[in-house]
Design a protein around this ligand. Structure first.
Ligand code: HEC
Length: 166
């Protein structure tokens, strides 16, 4: 009996792992992914109108990019459309990308370090489940180049003037 149970578990485990984040991702994964995206504040920047509407948006607008854009010494950055981004990736690629991500401001890429691979897979399941929608966000604009509005502007003080002879 124990042997049979053991065999059943061994059969079931890979299936469960495959389900997490795959096309047949279960409700629990999707709900947890939605929770992570909500509490992780991803909508704040990646969903247009999110902050203006007190943290709300129609489903077809969720995570379609350019909710908040930023200008500073790094140039101008536009929060990408995460639905199109995730649509092109497998769950494995998404996890690898999030582990390696180094983005410009104001993307808080370091927050992914607090998430397990399962958390990231659940996040993928939720975003992937929303389906592709919207247009790609504007590409990064180099410092000093004209950039389309709207964006938040970071004003930094000029570097200190070095006294002559130094
Ligand atoms: C404060 C604003 C802000 C928040 C919050 C935020 N992002 Fe971003 N995100 C950005 C911006 C701006 C960029 C573009 C950075 C660049 O151009 O280098 C970006 C880039 C990304 C990218 C890179 C896409 C690519 O093409 O490489 C991913 C993936 C991403 N964000 C996912 C997330 C997720 C998931 C969350 C929630 C946990 C999140 N972001 C929260 C602003 C934000």
């Amino acid at each position: 009996m124990t042997k049979m149970l053991l065999a059943l578990c061994m059969l079931a485990l890979p299936c469960l792992a495959a389900a997490a984040g795959g096309p047949s991702a279960n409700h629990k994964s999707v709900d947890h992914g939605k929770w992570l995206v909500g509490y992780g504040g991803c909508n704040d920047c990646h969903t247009p109108g999110w902050a203006e509407h007190g943290g709300d948006a129609p489903k077809d607008v969720l995570l379609t990019g350019s909710g908040m854009n930023f200008q500073g010494p790094w140039g101008t950055t536009y929060a990408p459309n995460l639905r199109l981004y995730v649509h092109k990736l497998t769950v494995k690629q998404w996890i690898a990308n999030m582990r390696a991500l180094k983005a410009r401001p104001a993307m808080p890429y370091w927050t992914f370090r607090y998430l397990s691979d399962k958390d990231l897979a659940d996040m993928y399941a939720y975003i992937h489940g929303l389906g592709p929608a919207g247009k790609p966000a504007h590409a990064w604009v180099a410092p000093g180049q004209p950039a389309p509005m709207p964006y938040f502007k970071m004003v930094v003080p000029p570097p200190p003037v070095q006294p002559a002879g130094h």
